[in-house]
Structure formats: C-alpha cells, structure tokens
Design a protein around this ligand. Structure first.
Ligand code: PRP
Ligand code: MN
Ligand code: MG
Length: 179
C-alpha cells in the first residue's frame, strides 16, 4: 500500500463488483437508446474506463473538463467549462459520469447547462457520494458508494493532483495535508 494512505476504504475487488453492477443496470435501463456517456475530467477517468467496459449495449463516449472558480476548500459555486464534449446531445440520452459528488455544485451546474442543449434525457452517475457535504441538492440516478467526510484519494481522485493512479480508494494520512 502507498505510504501516504492511512487505510483502504474500497478495495479493487469491491470497486470492480460495484462497477459491474452499475454497468449492468445502465445496460438494462438504456437498451435500444444508444446513450452518450460523458466523463467529467479529470477525476472520473478511471471509473469511466471501467464503467463503459461493463456496459454491454451500444453507446457513445465523450469527455469534458470543468473547473470551479474560487480558492481553498469552498468554491464560489461558479463552474466553467474548460473543454466541452464534441458530440451534439440534441435528442440524445445523456449520462454524466463523475467520480465524486461533494457539494453538488459541479453536477448541478452541468445539469442546468446541458438541459438547455436539447437532450432527450440527462442522468447522473457518480462513483462516490459524500452526502454530508451537500450544499446544492442533486438528483442522482446511479451511485456507487456513500463515503464519510474524510480525505479520500485514489481510483481517479486526487490530492494536489497526486494519487489518482491508485487502484483502490484510500483515506489520506492527515500528516500529508498538514494536520
Ligand atoms: C472534484 C470531483 C468532482 C467535483 C465534486 O473535481 O472530481 O468533479 O470535485 O465536487 P462538488 O460536488 O463540490 O462540485 P475537481 O474540481 O477536484 O477536479 P478533478 O476532477 O480534476 O480532480
Ligand atoms: Mn472532478
Ligand atoms: Mg480534484
């Protein structure tokens, strides 16, 4: 295990089983609808790669990148699209893929913005959910695990851009972020 990790919260095996389950559910719900699966970079890249391999129906994949304004731990709630996805979503069924739902600001902004682009439907899929931290209510169709309000990294999630490559989700040692 990485020396900066206090404990493993979700093992590779637990993650793989959950992703399979979500993929199967999406395949069932979206059969015959050729959904567009959009990954919100960078955090969701690893979940996205595993999830689309667990989806057994025809689908399109695309990517977008957003940044939230404001500094420190609390953002201003304003989100900016840094890189937009390429496909038109007009009359298409869209699934937005995130690694974690925290305050809800990112997903609520995306939902609002993308609704104006004429999609037939938009659903949210998040690997992790930290409900204690919610500031803006968000309705999620697919959610992997509820996690406590501790500093977690791995499986795409970073601290200062590090630890995204860990194949598991772990709790970061407080000494790493200076406590
Ligand atoms: C993180 C995470 C979500 C968002 C969730 O992304 O990946 O996208 O924050 O927080 P919210 O619910 O409070 O909006 P971050 O902005 O750290 O960028 P990253 O994905 O590149 O790490
Ligand atoms: Mn992110
Ligand atoms: Mg981040």
């Amino acid at each position: 295990m990485n020396q900066d990790i206090e404990r493993v919260l979700l093992s590779e095996e637990e993650i793989a089983a959950k992703v399979k389950e979500i993929g199967a559910k999406i395949s069932e719900d979206y059969a015959g609808r050729d959904p567009i699966i959009i990954s919100v970079l960078k955090g969701s890249f690893m979940f996205m790669a595993d999830l689309v391999r667990a989806i057994t129906i025809p689908c399109t994949v695309d990517f977008m990148s957003v940044s939230s304004y404001g500094s420190g731990t609390s953002s201003s709630g304003e989100v900016k699209i840094v890189k937009d996805f390429d496909n038109s979503i007009e009359n298409r069924h869209v699934i937005i893929v995130e690694d974690i739902l925290d305050s809800g600001r990112t997903l609520s902004y995306l939902m609002k913005t993308l609704k104006a682009r004429g999609a037939a439907s938009i659903a949210l899929c998040t690997f992790l959910d930290k409900p204690e931290r919610r500031v803006v209510p968000v309705e999620v169709a697919y959610s992997g695990f509820r996690v406590p309000d501790s500093f977690i990294v791995g499986y795409g999630l970073d601290y200062d851009q590090q630890y995204r490559n860990l194949p598991y989700v772990g709790v970061l040692k407080p000494s790493v972020y200076g406590e």
